[in-house]
Design a protein around this ligand. Structure first.
Ligand code: COA
Length: 330
């Protein structure tokens, strides 16, 4: 049966590194608090680069590794929470930046689950025979929407900027995306959001709205935590069942890098050995929203932790709330 598989992957993080010590100089926080609560030591922040700047660098690497040129891309799926412009989205902009005008492109804004939703669309596109080569780009610039005063410290310390791109291709071999499960629940929309610009206001952008802090990301961290540690294991079990793969066969679980404490709690609930079966690189990048899973796949591959034929599970939870998981035979 025709399947979609990940053929190549590229990544890019902006060069500017912001350590926990650097944050201590901006707000009332400490390296110890951040490490204990999240496992994060440093993250990368843009310094003038925009979302499609990061995306382009990650894409160039992915295309080179796939042995493709941009002209070989049949369809772009572009995932971000913060685009270059309010509209149009980054997808069409990437056709300009890659020099492939006319290529179809779809934007998705599914927060930390953007990669999972991207996989589900790519899987359907490829399995239906509609397309052969899909470019799934995740690119996130969150630092510009954070409040780096003490008022925003519970959120600002967690997020980082970065991008990753994957090339998905069609195959008839015994490999690829065996299952992709996605969910959403808007009852918790206000628990992690960026309110302005909003059509609830007319005009949708005013100094008053910005003065209220509506132009910054806000989060109910405790509620996010509470739901994440339930939904991650649930959806991983769902994806394993849909793929017909036993948990013991899984070589590596790569969860969205939200927070090391969440990852550890999920490993415990699934009875998985943390640091052997569950991958984490959050200490270097923080939470890079939808880029975090492909970024982690990239690094796990570089470290030789993923080989052809391995069963890999990727899973996400984030704003919306949205969550999902996929079982991939590499
Ligand atoms: N530095 C120092 N102190 C901080 C701080 C920071 N960066 N951020 C918050 N605090 C303070 C709080 O103000 C509070 O102080 P108080 O007791 O004087 O009121 C104290 O630390 C404890 O705050 P609390 O919110 O109870 O901490 P917590 O143990 O719930 O940890 C999070 C906060 C955000 C780390 C935690 O809730 C979490 O990980 N949530 C999930 C977030 C996430 O992963 N989001 C992305 C999902 S995609």
């Amino acid at each position: 049966m025709r399947k979609a598989y990940i053929d190549a992957i590229g990544m890019y993080v902006p060069p500017k590194v912001v350590t926990n010590k650097d944050l201590e100089g901006m707000m009332d926080t400490s390296d110890q608090w951040i490490q204990e609560r999240s496992g994060i030591q440093e993250r990368h922040h843009v310094d003038g680069e925009g979302t499609t700047d990061l995306a382009l660098k990650a894409t160039e690497e992915a295309l080179e590794k796939a042995g493709m040129t941009a002209e070989d891309v049949d369809h772009i799926i572009f995932s971000t929470m913060a685009n270059d412009y309010f509209f149009p989205g980054g997808g069409p902009i990437m056709t300009k930046r890659l020099g492939i005008p006319g290529t179809p492109a779809v934007d998705i804004r599914m927060a930390c689950s953007g990669f999972l939703y991207g996989l589900s669309i790519a899987k359907a596109f490829i399995e239906s025979g509609a397309y052969e080569n899909i470019l799934l780009i995740t690119s996130e610039v969150q630092s510009v929407a954070m409040d780096f005063s003490t008022a925003g410290r519970d959120t600002a310390v967690l997020f980082g900027d970065g991008a990753a791109a994957v090339v998905l291709k069609a195959t008839n071999e015994d490999r690829g995306l065996l299952s992709v499960i996605t969910h959403s629940d808007g009852r918790y929309a206000e628990d992690l959001m960026l309110r302005t610009p909003s059509t609830l206001d007319n005009p949708f952008l005013t100094h008053e709205l910005l003065d209220k802090g509506y132009g910054r990301v806000v989060m109910n961290g405790r509620n996010v935590f509470k739901h994440a540690i339930i939904k991650f294991p649930q959806v991983i079990r769902e994806a394993l069942e849909a793929a017909g793969v036993e948990k013991d066969k899984v070589k590596l679980v790569i969860p969205h890098q939200a927070n090391l404490r969440i990852t550890e709690a999920v490993a415990k609930r699934l009875d998985l050995e943390m640091y052997k079966v569950v991958y984490s690189n959050i200490h270097k990048y923080g939470n890079t929203t939808s880029a975090s899973i492909p970024l982690a796949i990239y690094e796990a591959m570089t470290e030789g932790k993923i080989q052809r034929g391995d069963y890999i599970v990727v899973a996400s939870f984030g704003a919306g709330f949205t969550w999902g998981a996929s079982v991939i035979k590499w």
